[in-house]
Design a protein around this ligand. Structure first.
Ligand SMILES: *Cc1c(COP(=O)(O)O)cnc(C)c1O
Length: 423
């Protein structure tokens, strides 16, 4: 039984893409196996049991399930300590708690990876605005731009660190929605080594969003002092309904806990309201779901390369996150892509995406997102501003076969709308 009718030529490209990606998929499965056993081992060592899922109300004092999940999260990320909570409202909120937790008036932050993604810029803030940003509290911001090829400028970083006193060096692992490359853990190590060599007292923080479980190690293992990320991306496994995590050195996690609730109280409070089970299940599912998302990205790169489009990263390239960028070269194709992908979503498949104005963007933006969790980008989704090079940023896939169907429907829609001809 064929549930979806695809063009015969497209089926040929599908098979060819699967053949080409075989060895990359094997590498992804090795990473998945390693990370899945790492997570399982942490669950066993911490003796997870039904009672941990009970949750708490009110102050949430003595919530053993919450505290145990913190220890599991720390173990999984190779960290001394961690906070994993549904009460972090978004990834940016989580990063903000970590930044405000560690930084003090007069401190300087040096961003090592060029201009960071849009929403965090409001947290760093603009000079002179009374907006509650870090800048408003006297924390100043500097950045080292990326080299023209989109990689960090190690020489500039070393020299900047040698003439300034920086409390924190900040690294963004994922490309976010830019054309720069994502950083692998090995590249993050090179950055950490450079910081420690020139300025050993500087705290290294990594925005780990979209990077979790894409490799066998996490940034903490190669020198990062603190990492943070969102639970509606990789580490929530598509099950956590919201939240975030912070992991790293114990002394910094304590400061973050004081910022998360309040000074002197920290992690002692925070009712979990019955969300423990979803956070446990999500973390347990995360290595497998991240592997599905990686396969979807690699497959899509291979397919669109065969169809003659430029992709970044290429299907053969080493990955540090789950984002796939495809340059579709005109707006009609971009719109068709998003509409086709939306038509293959398990939720809201009947919705037709339209380009629309978005706060923070000069151009119209079109999105495809049919997810169980609103805004979840570990579920198959795509975003594209309508501007040259008409690139779409896609990510996620709770399982590979449904996500692959979404991608094939995107191509089908490009064909049906007269924007692509297959040879
Ligand atoms: C998604 C993302 C975040 C977190 O964003 P939220 O939308 O606030 O959850 C942080 N950094 C990068 C690079 C991201 O892509």
């Amino acid at each position: 039984m064929n549930f979806f009718e695809f063009d015969e030529k497209l089926k040929k490209y599908d098979r060819l893409s699967l053949e080409r990606t075989k060895s990359v998929f094997e590498d992804i499965e090795q990473i998945e196996e390693y990370n899945q056993t790492k997570v399982l081992n942490a669950f066993i060592e911490e003796r997870v049991s039904e009672t941990d899922f009970a949750g708490s109300t009110g102050y949430g004092y003595g919530d053993i399930g919450r505290d145990k999940l913190d220890r599991i999260c720390a173990k999984v990320f190779g960290a001394e300590d961690a906070l994993i909570r549904h009460t972090f409202a978004s990834g940016t909120h989580t990063l903000s708690v970590a930044l405000f937790g560690i930084l003090r008036p007069g401190d300087k932050v040096l961003v090592l990876t060029g201009t960071p993604y849009d929403t965090i810029q409001g947290v760093f803030g603009n000079a002179g605005e009374s907006d509650g940003s870090l800048n408003d509290f006297g924390v100043s911001y500097e950045q080292v731009d990326l080299l023209p090829d989109g990689t960090p400028d190690l020489n500039a970083i070393r020299s900047r660190l040698s003439w300034g006193e920086y409390k924190m060096a900040y690294i963004q692992r994922s490309r976010g929605y830019s054309l720069r490359k994502s950083l692998t853990v090995e590249e993050i190590k090179a950055l950490c080594d450079a910081v420690k060599e020139v300025s050993p007292a500087t705290v290294i923080m990594v925005d780990n969003c979209y990077g979790e479980f894409t490799q066998k190690t996490e940034p903490v293992a190669v020198g990062a002092d603190i990492i943070a990320g969102s639970l509606i991306k990789n580490p929530g496994g598509g099950i956590a309904p919201c939240g975030g995590y912070i992991a790293g050195k114990k002394k910094y996690i304590e400061k973050c806990a004081y910022r998360m609730t309040c000074a002197g109280v920290g992690r002692e409070v925070g009712a979990t309201l019955g969300h423990n089970r979803e956070l446990y299940m999500g973390l347990f599912a995360a290595p497998r779901v991240t592997a599905s998302a990686l396969k979807t990205a690699v497959y899509s790169a291979a397919l669109f390369e065969l169809l003659g489009f430029e992709t970044t990263p290429k299907y053969t390239e080493k990955r540090g996150d789950i984002i796939q960028c495809i340059k579709l070269k005109n707006s009609e194709r971009l719109i068709a892509f998003c509409r086709g992908m939306q038509s293959g979503a398990p939720v809201d498949s009947f919705v037709v995406p339209e380009p629309a104005d978005m706060p923070g963007y000069d151009d119209k933006v079109i999105m495809a997102a049919g997810a169980f969790t609103l805004g979840s980008s570990i579920e198959l989704s795509a975003d594209a501003p309508l501007r040259d090079p008409y690139a779409v940023w896609m990510q996620g896939g709770l399982d590979f076969y449904s996500a692959k169907t979404g991608v094939l429907l995107a191509v089908s829609q490009m064909i049906k709308s007269g924007n692509l001809e297959l040879r």
